[in-house]
Write a protein that binds this ligand. Structure first.
Ligand SMILES: CC(C)(COP(=O)(O)OP(=O)(O)OC[C@H]1O[C@@H](n2cnc3c(N)ncnc32)[C@H](O)[C@@H]1OP(=O)(O)O)[C@@H](O)C(=O)NCCC(=O)NCCS
Length: 169
């Protein structure tokens, strides 16, 4: 458990993963996650088991301190043992968006990545027109590394992405 000012980063249980399945199938969310097809329950179960059993990933639920409400997820993916780097991924539920929780979750995950996992660099990919996400990542300290033209094909067209990162120092 990682307790922050308004939220706690806690283990990701299956009961939360079931809620996550509803979120991930929202059209707008699927777009931001660059997913073309809806996720079935069976696929979701396989994804969940793979994620929580991976040695090179750490996944957290984001819980509100006051109410214990499940707000979203943040995780590190592809933790590299030599380069000491990992990719950050995040999804906040529809009720939680725009209240600063996403920024706080990123800051908490970065503290965990640098202090507890001894990582040197955390990076991410985000659609260039995902203004709210880019803003949240910048508030958490991420800097733009570069624009990746037509990196993803989403909802019938190619979309530019940004790669962003933050170093421990
Ligand atoms: C991206 C995401 C994690 C951000 O979390 P959040 O809790 O909504 O973000 P915050 O409230 O901390 O910050 C959002 C910022 O963007 C701003 N913002 C929101 N919508 C905006 C818009 N359409 N245009 C410009 N700014 C916008 C907010 O005002 C806020 O900035 P401020 O604090 O300066 O006012 C969340 O929205 C989410 O899960 N989105 C869907 C999945 C996704 O996009 N994941 C990232 C893929 S890499």
């Amino acid at each position: 458990m990682y307790r922050l000012e308004r939220i706690t980063l806690a283990p990701f249980g299956w009961e939360q993963a079931e809620v996550y399945l509803d979120w991930v199938n929202h059209e707008e969310t699927a777009h931001w996650l660059t997913r073309a097809l809806p996720v079935t329950r069976h696929e979701h179960q396989r994804w969940y088991e793979g994620l929580v059993n991976r040695q090179d990933a750490v996944v957290f639920s984001v819980l509100e301190n006051e109410s214990g409400t499940y707000l979203g997820n943040v995780w590190l993916w592809g933790i590299h043992p030599v380069h000491r780097s990992a990719e950050l991924r995040i999804l906040m539920g529809p009720q939680a968006k725009g209240k600063g929780y996403g920024t706080e979750a990123c800051r908490g995950l970065l503290r965990f990545a640098f202090n507890d996992l001894n990582l040197n660099k955390v990076f991410l990919y985000v659609l260039a027109h995902n203004t709210a996400a880019v803003r949240a990542f910048e508030k958490a300290g991420f800097q733009r590394e570069g624009l990746l033209p037509q990196e993803f094909y989403v909802a019938g067209k190619y979309e530019d992405a940004l790669r962003m990162s933050i170093l421990r120092s």
